[in-house]
Design a binder for this molecule. Sequence first.
Ligand SMILES: Cc1ncc(COP(=O)(O)O)c(C=O)c1O
Length: 433
Amino acid sequence: MQREPNLNNAALMARRQAAIPRGVGHSHQIFIERGENAEIWDVEGRRFIDFAGGIAVLNTGHRHPAVMQAVKDQLDKYTHTCFQVLAYEPYVELAERLNAKAPGDFAKKTLFLTTGAEAVENAIKIARAHTGRSGVIAFTGGYHGRTLLTLGLTGKVVPYKTGFGPFPAEIFHARFPNALHGVSVDDAIASVELILKNDIEASRVAAIIVEPVQGEGGFNVAPPEFFQRLRALCDAHGMLLIADEVQTGAGRTGTWFAVEQSGVAPDMITTAKSLGGGFPISAVIGRAEVMDAPAPGGLGGTYAGSPVACAAALAVLDVFEQENLLQRCRDVGQRVMASLQALAQKHSCIAEVRGMGAMIAIELCKNGDPHQPDADLTKALAAEATKRGLILLTCGTYGNVVRILVPLTASDAVLDESVAIIAASLDSLQAGA
Ligand SMILES: Cc1ncc(COP(=O)(O)O)c(C=O)c1O
């Protein structure tokens, strides 16, 4: 089809409505023309700062030059063989480097796939093959993907699960700790123990899967003690501990994997998103003997661990080392968090500013009461910020959390400009309230 010379967002959205199912939602009515580091330009020539990063995919920014160069070099050699048919070295090198990065003083192996959901599905398959057990414990407010198994694990109904059931059996949801809303670590652990009393005996549970910071669920941070107690429960009952780091991994929280900050080594870690610097790749990293449980031929996929995505991911790992991005992540987190905390002093609609590294959330409430979620204000804040040139995403069980996933490569000037936009947007919405 011939491209129209004067593209605009409204006309493209109309074509999109006619051609694409409504189930694919849109946070913003914007079509991108070009992206560079933390900025994008739309088809109408407007500039925006991107605090969404394609939902946690762009820790190294749009089109990092080193990632682009690695991909171009790879394109000149070969683009696809299917790893199960003809092997290639970048897959092996990436596995070796991730094995070395994952916490735990034991031998590890890594499997590559394409999406986060696929990584989670495979981690559960591997856990079942290794333990010979079927049960899985996940958490309320958790998000693990859109395939039927991962939807079964997901602990949020609207919009993800609506109309898609029934979901696979033998999945149980425990409570995730949330200090702001009165769920202590004791409460959360007690809810796991209750499942083992009321629903399924521990000897039939293959794994507990948990996000170190719940992503879609509202950027709720798991305290280190929670991970330590889950580890102890798993060890006591022969269950595997899986950390779903699809959103938290690849340096978003100030360490390569967020779980490192709890001192716990999970049996498996799922990772994806920013690992590929904008190219689709996901991984399951785990104890070698666990990962080897499925028989030859039991794991894989046509595009799984594509050579182009492996080349991109290797470049992402290099960029983290060369640009000291883990330290930058902690600095970005501190800078943004400090400004937002100052904003919270001024606005009683801010129930809490929280986060880990540069994975930061603002939870909004009504009447200064943290227990009255304000989804309307949250939506309005994202819309107002967009008008002023900042792309924000929302999340949370009650849709009342703004989440910040800015590229770690963003300059201080861009960070300060963005926080000023958030402040001005809130001021104008509160003035009009
Ligand atoms: C923690 C977590 N697990 C799994 C997924 C699913 O990843 P994907 O959308 O790549 O399938 C996501 C996506 O947001 C996620 O945040």
